[in-house]
Design a protein around this ligand. Structure first.
Ligand code: GRF
Length: 207
């Protein structure tokens, strides 16, 4: 459909959320299409699925500082997004804080998925943090990206109970299953223009 929005996914590793998004959006009735993958790591597993499914993929050198990206790489990504007429950027396991031109240009049009119920357990190893803390419920959060780390307005959360015998690994598997449902749902709501942000609350239109 000509009115479908175009999405770009940014990833650093395995790429299971990229795959979930690419598969969901490949359905003709889905109001968005995944047209671009950008990675900061030439060994990212996500690249294999992009090539298999014919999605354009670019490796962008983001610099050697862990967790950070250079202004040049932000600019290159912004240019790639412009070239592919991207409407929405989905971060999916992208291991750097997005800033600079890319964030400025896509403010309100960039999402991230985090494997915990924010604002609990921000940052790295969220599943391990949840198990170690001893919470009974965790899950995943899809949120808009702002300048902070995992601080943007929350779009969707899915809850996963933590059982006595759960480890960080077993919990990660259960959460990942929910992530693969939550991310396409959030993208669909965005594409259908059903997300309204007031202050930092996101309201979902029923119609
Ligand atoms: C996911 O758990 C996601 O929530 C987090 O990084 C992981 C990426 O996994 N931000 P994958 O590369 O999508 O499989």
């Amino acid at each position: 459909m000509g009115t479908d929005i175009k999405i770009a996914v940014l990833a650093s590793g395995r790429g299971s959320n990229f795959k979930a998004l690419a598969e969901a959006t490949s359905d003709e009735s889905f109001p968005a299409k995944t047209v671009l993958l950008m990675v900061d790591n030439p060994d990212a597993g996500a690249l294999a699925y992009a090539s298999k499914s014919g999605i354009a993929a670019e490796v962008v050198d983001c610099g050697s500082r862990r967790g950070s990206m250079t202004p040049e790489s932000s600019e290159s990504m912004a240019e790639l997004c412009a070239r592919h007429e991207i409407d929405l950027i989905c971060l999916a396991g992208f291991m750097r804080i997005v800033k600079g031109k890319l964030l400025d240009r896509y403010a309100g049009r960039m999402m991230n998925i985090h494997p915990a119920l924010l604002p609990s357990f921000k940052g790295l190893d969220a599943q391990e943090q949840a198990v170690d803390y001893g919470v009974k419920l965790s899950g995943c959060t899809v949120h808009f990206v702002d300048k902070g780390i995992d601080t943007g307005a929350i779009i969707i959360q899915k809850v996963v109970p933590i059982e006595n015998d759960d480890t960080a690994e077993s919990l990660s598997i259960k959460i990942l299953r929910e992530e693969h449902r939550a991310y396409p749902e959030a993208v669909r709501l965005f594409a259908e223009k059903r997300l309204k942000i007031r202050e930092r609350r996101v309201f979902i239109d029923d119609e």
